[in-house]
Design a protein around this ligand. Structure first.
Ligand SMILES: C[S@@+](CC[C@H](N)C(=O)[O-])C[C@H]1O[C@@H](n2cnc3c(N)ncnc32)[C@H](O)[C@@H]1O
Length: 399
């Protein structure tokens, strides 16, 4: 199956339909600022940012300072920060603001005033317009405008994106668990890795999991190779991605049974697709051809890719677990299952909505998320459970 298919009968050369590959054309979070947008449904990523902020500040606090023309800055030193997989929303600017302001303080103490360039990078389908608009707002709790030169860089972080030796700080938060594509064998009905009846790899056959795992390995190696080329020696690479404990095999992506049952990519998602099928709204082939392009790596897998690539010294690598909701919030939501279902549907829609729409169109996408919402709100057993998200945090220096 190809990412770009042709439909000569209606005169189109490229399909607007997502068939599992050519993902860079479709994957993005839901843009805008409405109830279903990523901007309004990015609590989990916000938790993740809060969780890793002390480590990010430490990384910036101990990084080498570049003065004069060092590190590709030319005669007047300019410090370049890239946020890879930045999306659009409150978290996006918060990350770069944190990096720039803490670096600026360190330079001020030294008596230097470098200029800062910030590159906000994401797939071309990202809502860069919203992102650019938000740049004109002042910093939180402050009346100053932002004090860096900003640019948007459309493209996949599995590719180069910048000229050689230019970036001093590269950050990627809650993005690297997205793969570059669904492995072709998973989409091939004749293959043993065909993933019929499931939207993700949880509970899938060994062959499906292996195909995802190989894709993940290839993608991560490409990611580090491209960063190795574009980063200045002494520069900081800081990553936070969805992950799993080392002790768990790739097929155990979510770590514990409750999380496996409650995760938005698993049971409720499969049931929602089955509802569409049972109601005759989609056929089996369409349902089976939808797969979620995400993979939770272990630290071992991340380390293997870094070692294979070379050029980085890992200073910190940690696995952390965070709960979907605080216990108070969980109690509140359990008492109001309808709101819980809606919140969860909005959350998953904010990230998967664009690829579901590209796969079945806006009307059926709406129907799918409605079924998902109902499934979640009506499952009292699941409501009482807790879903944990695992993350891997990496801080490395370009050698
Ligand atoms: C959950 S959002 C996280 C956004 C932001 N970093 C945050 O912490 O809130 C993940 C982002 O990664 C982007 N992304 C996924 N795969 C990508 C790729 N191959 N290259 C660039 N961005 C990618 C998605 O488009 C999305 O905007």
């Amino acid at each position: 199956m190809k990412g770009l298919s042709s439909f000569p009968e209606n005169g189109c050369v490229e399909s607007d339909k997502w068939t599992g590959q050519g993902l860079h054309r479709f994957l993005c979070v839901q843009g805008g600022d409405h109830d279903r947008s990523y901007a309004k449904n990015s609590e989990a990523s916000a938790f993740a940012i809060t969780l890793c902020k002390p480590m990010l500040l430490q990384a910036i606090g101990s990084m080498k300072l570049f003065v004069g023309g060092e590190g590709g800055g030319g005669g007047s030193c300019s410090i370049r920060v890239a946020d890879l997989g930045c999306a659009a929303g409150y978290n996006t600017l918060a990350t770069v603001d944190t990096v720039v302001e803490s670096l600026r303080e360190r330079y001020t103490e030294l008596g230097f005033e470098p200029e800062f360039e910030a590159f906000f990078s994401d797939l071309p389908s990202n809502d860069f317009n919203s992102l650019f608009r938000s740049l004109s707002y002042t910093m939180p709790d402050d009346v100053r405008p932002r004090s860096y030169f900003a640019a948007g860089v459309p493209g996949s972080f599995y590719c180069r994106l910048f000229p050689r030796g230019k970036i001093h700080v590269a950050v990627s938060l809650s993005a690297l668990h997205w793969l570059s594509q669904i492995p072709s064998t998973v989409l091939d009905k004749g293959s043993r890795a065909w993933n019929g009846g499931r939207a993700w790899i949880d509970g899938a056959s060994e062959e499906v999991v292996e195909a995802y795992s190989r894709q993940s390995e290839e993608d991560l190696y490409n990611f580090f190779k491209c960063r190795r080329e574009v980063m200045v020696e002494g520069g900081v690479l800081f990553l936070l991605m969805g992950g799993r404990p080392d002790s768990h095999e790739p097929r155990n992506q979510l770590g514990d049974d409750e999380s496996r049952e409650k995760h938005p990519f698993t049971i409720s998602m499969d049931r929602a697709w089955q509802d569409l099928l049972d109601e005759g709204l989609v056929d089996e082939e369409t349902r089976d051809a939808f797969n979620i392009p995400a993979y939770m790596r272990s630290m071992e897998e991340v380390e293997r890719a870094i070692v294979k690539c070379g050029g980085f010294e890992v200073q910190v690598m940690e696995y952390k677990r965070m709960s979907e909701n605080s216990s108070e919030k969980k109690q509140e939501l359990t008492m109001d299952p309808v709101s819980y279902g809606r919140a969860k549907a909005n959350l998953v829609r904010a990230t998967l909505g664009p690829i579901v729409e590209a796969h079945i169109g806006p009307h059926l996408s709406e129907q799918l998320f409605l079924r998902f919402e109902r499934r979640v709100s009506s499952d009292a057993y699941l409501l009482s459970k807790t879903c944990f998200y695992g993350v891997i945090i990496v801080r490395a220096i370009r050698k």
